[in-house]
Design a binder for this molecule. Structure first.
Ligand code: NG6
Ligand code: CA
Length: 511
């Protein structure tokens, strides 16, 4: 306990909070480009050989490429919850993968990354995937005022896909309203088939893309989805143009706001299932839609950075590219991802992926680019998305953040800017499927025992659940193949107690 407190104190002393706001000239705009299920090994700059990602590769070459960048959870909702609030999602029990009708998970008034930016005088916007619930219980008023949502937790503007591209309702929401909704054809969402409509089960032969597990409720654009929707015909999205729609919205945001400090959270749908890239990306990789969707994500990144250049704000904008969780190959559709994987390794050298406490689950790509300001390089500093609220608040010159704001978040600004290779002392990894955790400190990774299944046979994913404690040395064994828990009892004990303290809040809560 004492040792842990000392560690926390030292790291905070080295990395002060935003006690003295940065001078205005140093307060850059911030653009966070967030991929969905993009794995550590899916990008050229992280070793992918058969997926061209020239835009991200250029930013990585001209900026900092992190080799130990993490998201907090191996699924979307908890990762995003942690990223936006600076509170570990596993501290709450209701932050698992949000169902289509989930009410808003982040309470209005909670200090968040966007609210801190807004308080610091930034114009804040979100474009893309939300997946943190909307509206009040029991469910959002899909055809009326959808409130609360992003606007109630610090975003000035929002244009979102409510949940995921495989969940209903398949519509966009701007502010509090579904876009292009015809009042004569209201939209609604149900758990059970409300009107005997065709489903992915009853009309399987008619589907444009077959399912492998789940994804067989309402059929929208020839694709089975999770959940049932009725109405909203004029508002339904086109999967093929979603990337373009989001990019155009992002560009509009930049055009409207480039003359003031701004924070844009661009939350891409790629490469989440159903993977339906625009036809011009089809066939760009040997891997089918999964690989082609990575190329489309890269294109979106390129378009947004080009907009920054055109508007003359690139040298005053910090760009971060990362992903909400690790990769999965078969996430429920027969989209050739398994058949055409070839030698591509979506999680790079790591074991597991999405849903897993092995490294593949949360060890994700992480690139920081700030033209002329962040020096090119590769950083081994450990950094987690939980740190973005306090780190970016410091960069934005936000007033000193109160203790209850983003309490699990650390200010790692010097590491983020590539000025030091010292990042977090330890990082906590969470599958997002249970409250069980793993922790990495230096080369050591401890995965606490858990009862759940070892492998999910639908996704063919190794979840890292075992009734035995697991301890790996990632320097020697990045693939987590050799459990050293018996040979290294002292290290095992240290990590176990560090994790227990962090869970109780003592090691990660900032003063
Ligand atoms: C799972 C879905 C999966 C995906 C995931 C959420 C099934 C069988 N699987 O429940 O396809 O939607 O939830 O992904 O329904 S995430 O990236 O948003 O966390
Ligand atoms: Ca995801």
């Amino acid at each position: 306990m004492i040792r842990i407190t000392v560690i926390a104190t030292i790291s905070l002393a080295l990395l002060p909070l935003a006690a003295s706001p940065a001078p205005a000239a140093d307060r850059p705009n911030i653009v966070l480009l967030y991929g969905d299920d993009v794995g550590y090994g899916d990008l050229g700059c992280y070793g992918a050989k058969t997926i061209p990602t020239p835009n991200i590769d250029r930013l990585a070459a001209e900026g900092q490429r992190f080799t130990s960048g993490y998201c907090t959870s191996a699924t979307c909702t908890p990762s995003r919850y942690s990223l936006l609030t600076g509170v570990y999602a596993w501290r709450r029990r209701d932050t698992g993968i949000a169902p289509p009708n989930s009410p808003a998970l982040i309470k209005p008034g909670t200090p968040t990354l966007p609210s801190m930016m807004k308080d610091a005088g930034y114009r804040t916007g979100i474009v893309g995937k939300w997946h943190l619930g909307l509206g009040e219980p029991p469910k959002p008023e899909w055809s009326g005022e959808i409130n609360p949502g992003p606007l109630e937790i610090g975003f000035d503007e929002s244009f979102i896909m409510p949940t995921t591209n495989d969940r209903v309702p398949c519509v966009y929401v701007r502010g509090h309203r579904v876009v292009d909704l015809d009042p004569a054809d209201p939209v609604d969402v149900f758990e059970k088939n409300p009107d005997g409509q065709p489903t992915g089960v009853t009309h399987r032969d008619d589907l444009k893309m077959d399912w492998t597990h789940g994804h067989n409720d309402s059929i929208v654009n020839g694709i089975g989805r999770i959940g049932f929707m009725t109405g909203g015909r004029s508002a339904r999205w086109n999967d093929e143009t979603m990337g373009e729609v989001f990019v155009n919205e992002a560009r509009d945001f930049l055009v409207r706001n480039h003359d003031k400090p701004f924070f844009l959270f661009y939350s891409a749908q790629q490469i989440h299932v159903p993977r339906v890239p625009h036809p011009r990306f089809v066939g760009r990789t040997p891997h089918g839609p999964r690989g082609d969707s990575v190329v489309e994500f890269d294109w979106c990144v390129g378009q947004i950075v080009a907009a920054l250049e055109e508007l003359g704000v690139a040298d005053n904008t910090l760009v971060i590219i990362t992903s909400d969780n690790g990769p999965v190959i078969d996430d429920g559709y027969r989209d050739q991802a398994v058949k055409r994987l070839g030698n591509h390794r979506p999680a790079g050298p790591y074991r597991g992926g999405k849903y897993s406490r092995f490294e593949g689950g949360t060890h994700v790509p992480w690139v920081v680019y700030w033209k002329g300001r962040v020096q090119p390089g590769v950083s081994d500093a450990m950094i987690s998305q939980i740190d973005l609220p306090r780190t970016l608040a410091a960069l934005a010159g936000a007033e000193p953040t109160s203790a209850d704001a983003a309490p699990d978040s650390l200010n790692l600004l010097p590491a983020l800017l590539g000025e030091t290779q010292t990042g977090r002392d330890f990082v906590i990894e969470h599958s997002g499927l249970s409250q069980k955790l793993a922790i990495r400190k230096g080369p050591w990774k401890y995965i606490e025992p858990a009862r759940g299944q070892a492998i999910n046979w639908d996704t063919h994913m190794e979840l890292a659940n075992s009734q035995t404690p697991q301890l790996y040395n990632l320097n020697d064994d990045p693939g987590e193949t050799t459990n050293l828990s018996e040979q290294q009892p002292v290290v095992l004990d240290e990590l176990r107690s560090l994790l227990d303290s962090a869970r109780r809040g003592s090691a990660s809560v900032s003063p």
